[in-house]
Design a protein. Structure first.
Length: 674
């Protein structure tokens, strides 16, 4: 079977370079200037039409595609491919006027009005009907257009409106629940409705978790989040299916925003022909490239290593933080190469030309307000020509020996109210575990708990609060078969309906870990507790707990507080593998020491041994065995690195091979062995 990403490659061979292009914001004379500058910058792909609905359908049912034909023809003539949007991300104002019931509603009953964007209820049959008609028009009109390379369905689903509590959504939620549970008895059981007199006697009594006097039912909340992600996915699928029928030769994607809590990326991944991602690390945060790296590893893992697209990143500053720092010289290039290193086949930006009006006029563009003689445009042009020098990177793959486990339902459950600690945040836990792996220079996938784990030497479980039977079995069997696993506290606590697994926390992993937890002992907000790992003293934060060892061995302990002298970190041989367990969140340096110990024990080697801190090294491999070693210097110091074999820098060396490489601050090398 053809991998549908191949259909894209036939249109855009090599690495894709470009961004969101919104020519409707500009007079015609600017369009020809755009084409000239796109050529100059080496742009080969732009996303068009994302917010064009009101312009192509100015009145319901009256379509005006004439101007858009010119946009598409202009691109084709300029040799630029189109990632053509379905234009449904933001309905025109007439929809709200004619059909106010399509406007989304918050949990407190407030309607969200037009005037921004994305003001639609995802379950609205009216919105979906209008969207379907528009998508059909676009599909039929442009399916054979020479510029067309990829469908861009919607835009960042759920970025502003991920849940809707209106009556239409209520009806849809009930149907979703009927499908999931079949009977009211099953639902009552799953939602533990004997608690607080919540038992339902009729489906009509069930509501979304609207504002209630106190904590709404947690299982209802989690199901509502599942439903809400599924409703957005249904919108995507409706458009995708329409286009698949009209233009089976054109692949489809939608841009997934960051690592976005409301949208379950794992359930969406199989519906995308190509994963694409919007990445906005904060230039003012010295660690933001690590958080971005987590997102990139997740994107690569969503479709089992298939290359993915950076659909959006900022050329320099964004407009939506409290303070919007530009990317200093070299950072845009460095971060672009970072995404490529981690498996991306594109560098695309929001947006091509910086807007003159509207809410995003202070968001940087590839062509800034200041025009082509600006630092930003010069850097863009340099990057474009550089990417064109390594077309053979496209399609190569990254493999990992370590996986971090995450699951959206568990994330939703973890961050609900009335828990032992309201301080637990999934992404904090993920990054506390991911950062030391990144620091150790190993390549890491980010996978679902039921993924095939057999290829990994080490699996890290930062905080899998919710574990159903399949997830628990998969992790246990992975270790039994010889895998190494590192799990942190408050994992395996509840089932998929947020009911506690009885039999001693964490019951599904008790045998695997060789221990049980008698009592949770969360720490105050800024509180710390002393810990010792071997003979190394450190501190734990966030959490502590009373661990009762069964067959596990103590590796570290609490040295202060109520649990002083009790185990804090353990290790357990189980089957042919080993399971490590952490009952607190160690300070970063203790965490690094522990992760180092676990990596050594599980036989995981860094990609480039001896690489200094702050230098990222990733290998991309072609099916024919060719390898590219990409090195990124995230520090502000120059570094000299020894290479395992003589290599040439595809970007600078002009074919000369060397066994060392010097990287100035924020510089990049793309190395190939002889
Ligand atoms: C998102 C959207 C874009 C734009 C950028 C600005 O990623 O998809 O339309 O608003 O943010 O950062």
């Amino acid at each position: 079977m053809t991998d549908r990403i191949d259909l894209f490659r036939t249109r855009v061979p090599g690495l894709a370079f470009g961004g969101d292009y919104n020519p409707e914001q500009w007079p015609r004379e600017v369009w020809s200037d755009d084409h000239r500058l796109m050529k100059e910058a080496g742009v080969n792909l732009v996303s068009v039409g994302i917010f064009s609905w009101a312009m192509v359908e100015p009145e319901p049912g009256r379509f005006d595609f004439g101007w858009f034909d010119e946009v598409m023809d202009g691109l084709a003539a300029a040799g630029v491919s189109a990632c053509l949007a379905t234009m449904t991300a933001s309905p025109p104002p007439w929809m709200a006027e004619l059909h106010p019931e399509t406007l989304p509603m918050r949990a407190d009953g407030t309607r969200l009005w037009p005037g921004g964007r994305q003001q639609y209820c995802p379950s609205s049959p009216v919105y979906r009907r209008y969207a379907a008609r528009l998508v059909e028009q676009i599909g039929r009109r442009y399916r054979d257009h020479p510029a067309l390379a990829l469908w861009h369905i919607g835009n960042e689903y759920g970025v502003h409106v991920s849940t809707c509590y209106c009556d239409t959504s209520t009806e849809a939620f009930r149907s979703w629940l009927q499908h999931r549970y079949g009977t009211l008895d099953a639902l009552n059981d799953a939602w533990s409705t004997t608690f607080w007199s919540q038992r339902y006697g009729d489906w009509q009594q069930i509501l979304p978790p609207r504002i209630a006097p106190t904590f709404p039912n947690p299982a209802q909340q989690i199901d509502f989040l599942r439903f809400s992600s599924d409703e957005l996915l249904a919108c995507y699928r409706m458009e995708r299916d329409t286009l698949r029928e009209i233009a089976p030769h054109v692949p489809a994607t939608t841009n997934l925003l960051g690592v976005w809590k409301p949208v379950d990326f794992f359930s969406w991944a199989s519906e995308l022909d190509i994963v694409s991602h919007d990445s906005y690390p904060d230039p003012a945060d010295p660690n933001s490239h690590i958080e971005a790296a987590f997102g990139y590893d997740l994107m690569r893992s969503l479709r089992q290593g298939q290359p993915w697209l950076v659909m959006e990143q900022a050329p320099s500053a964004v407009n939506w933080r409290q303070r919007n720092s530009p990317k200093p010289p070299g950072v845009m290039r460095l971060w672009s190469w970072q995404a490529i290193a981690q498996g991306a086949d594109s560098v695309l930006f929001f947006q091509w030309r910086q807007s003159r009006g509207g809410a995003e006029k202070y968001h940087s563009g590839m062509v800034p307000h200041g025009g082509e003689h600006t630092r930003t445009f010069q850097e863009i042009r340099d990057l474009g020509s550089e990417l064109a020098r390594v077309p053979s990177l496209a399609g190569t793959r990254v493999t990992a020996e370590v996986a971090v486990v995450m699951d959206w339902s568990s994330w939703w459950g973890l961050e609900l109210d009335s828990h032992p600690s309201s301080g637990l945040r999934q992404m904090d836990a993920n990054l506390a575990h991911y950062a030391p792996l990144f620091g150790a220079g190993v390549t890491t996938d980010v996978v679902h708990p039921t993924a095939d784990l057999s290829g990994y030497r080490l699996v890290v479980v930062p905080n899998l609060y919710m574990a159903d039977e399949a997830a628990a079995r998969n992790l246990v069997e992975y270790v039994r078969a010889g895998g190494h696993l590192l799990m942190s506290f408050f994992s395996g606590i509840v089932d998929e309906c947020d009911r506690v697994h009885l039999g001693g926390y964490p019951a599904p992993f008790r045998e695997l870990l060789g221990l049980h937890v008698e009592e949770f002992w969360p720490l105050p907000e800024a509180g710390e507790v002393g810990i010792r790992l071997g003979d190394r003293a450190g501190a734990g934060s966030m959490w502590s707990e009373k661990i009762i060892l069964e067959s596990a061995q103590r590796v570290g302990e609490f040295t202060s507080g109520d649990l002083a002298g009790e185990p804090a970190i353990t290790r357990h041989r189980f089957g042919d593998g080993v399971a490590w367990y952490l009952g607190t969140r160690p300070d970063p340096s203790t965490m690094r020491a522990l992760v180092h110990q676990v990596l050594v024990a599980s036989g995981v080697e860094p990609v480039l041994p001896g690489r200094p801190d702050g230098v990222q090294a990733v290998v991309r491999r072609a099916p024919d065995g060719r390898e590219f070693l990409i090195l990124l210097n995230h520090t502000s110091d120059s570094v000299e690195l020894d290479l395992p074999v003589p290599m040439t820098d595809e970007l600078t060396a002009g074919g000369a091979f060397a066994d060392t490489v010097t990287l100035a601050p924020r510089r990049v090398a793309v190395l190939r062995r002889a």
